[in-house]
Design a protein around this ligand. Structure first.
Ligand SMILES: Nc1ncnc2c1ncn2[C@@H]1O[C@H](COP(=O)(O)OP(=O)(O)OP(=O)(O)O)[C@@H](O)[C@H]1O
Length: 349
């Protein structure tokens, strides 16, 4: 199937800052980019790599140092503010000073590119506003002043305003920053569904690597050297590009689990027998306790519960009878005792 025509493109784009009487500060580029309809794209990269700079440049809020940017097939710089606002909405992390404006009133502002500043809102506009409030879960506090809502609530209100603006391209800078985990998941799900169902091109920057790897149709990976890589999350993980972009001394991304290793293994190997959720959480506990979980034979062996719920776990050291444990805490306690008395390296018979 041929790719649909991109909604936003960049060629030879260099982003950065022109500094008075100094050489410009080049942050990233030259970049070749395309945002396609129906795609959720996550822009990932370490602190200071240039994600906000790139987003602001794509939104037309700061000029590129070089290169060409097109929105809907027309040069971005040639579009009037109103034309741009009908094609592209942007949600930034900056605090908004909304005065006494209510939540619903702020979301209504999203319709102005369609009505003009003096134009009243039609029933269609009001329906859009209502749909945006409902989609973002902000309707419950739609009558409160924006200044009186929490950081996370305000973030959802700004998203609602962008949704009310109803543009083919939506750019969001760290939209999950103030949200709790269930709200972060809900937001990613909402954006993914929106891209699918409405054909919008949605680009968001985030530090939620785990969520982004799950939700993004495509990742734009911006390492500290500014050389952007793009691809499906899986291609970037399996090629090692993802690990390289976040590489730091003593911090390794494990492509097998999709997580950054929090613990450096120091203790003996433990053969982990079993599968499912119990095996997943037992592996985590073993790693945290310093053991090295392995599928192959080892001097210590743990069998995880087969059924749902807690326990029983079984532990066994080479040449000794198996013990059962009702909780992970009890299992770890027993394993520490076994490890102290066990010559490491002998396989369980
Ligand atoms: N107004 C500015 N003038 C000059 N340099 C700037 C300006 N704003 C940011 N920078 C620099 O540009 C680089 C990229 O910053 P940017 O905020 O785009 O990174 P980021 O990837 O969004 O970072 P973070 O993940 O920490 O939000 C940094 O080195 C930063 O210091």
């Amino acid at each position: 199937m041929p790719h649909p025509a991109p909604l936003l493109t960049a060629e030879e784009l260099v982003v950065g800052y022109s500094l008075a009487k100094k050489t410009p500060r080049r942050v990233a580029g030259p970049l070749r980019l395309a945002l396609r309809p129906g795609e959720l794209v996550c822009l990932l990269g370490p602190n200071g790599a240039g994600k906000s700079t790139l987003l602001r440049t794509l939104a037309g809020l700061q000029p590129p140092l070089a290169g060409r940017l097109e929105l809907g097939g027309r040069p971005l710089a040639g579009l009037s503010a109103a034309e741009r606002a009908r094609r592209l909405s942007v949600v930034l992390t900056d605090r908004v000073d909304a005065g006494n404006l209510g939540v619903r009133a702020l979301v209504r502002l999203g319709r102005h590119p369609h009505t003009g500043w003096l134009g009243g809102l039609t029933a269609h506009d009001e329906a859009r506003v209502q749909a945006a409030l409902e989609a973002t879960g902000t309707e419950a506090f739609a009558d409160r002043p924006v200044g009186e809502v929490s950081d996370g609530e305000r973030q959802k209100v700004l998203l609602a305003r962008a949704l009310a603006q109803d543009t083919p391209v939506v750019l969001l800078d760290e939209p999950t920053a103030h949200l709790d985990l269930p709200n972060r998941v809900a937001l990613m799900r909402l954006l993914h569904r929106l891209a699918r169902q409405t054909g919008k091109a949605i680009l968001l920057s985030t530090h939620e690597l785990d969520l982004a790897l799950q939700a993004a149709d495509r990742v734009w990976l911006l390492p500290a050297d500014g050389a952007l890589r793009t691809g499906t999350p899986e291609d970037l993980v399996l090629s090692g590009a993802f690990a390289a972009a976040f590489a730091r001394e003593g911090l390794a991304f494990d492509a097998a689990t999709g997580t950054f290793a929090l613990h450096a293994p120091t203790g003996p190997a433990v053969q982990l027998v079993g599968e499912g959720a119990a095996a997943f959480w037992t592996r985590r506990a073993l790693e945290r306790a310093g053991f090295v979980p392995t599928a192959g034979p080892a001097a210590l062996r743990v069998r995880v519960p087969a059924g749902p719920g807690l326990g029983p776990w079984e532990s066994q050291a080479f040449g000794q009878p198996a013990q059962t444990h009702a909780t992970v805490a009890a299992l770890l306690h027993a394993l520490r005792g076994l490890a102290e008395n066990q010559p490491v390296g002998l396989p369980v018979g």
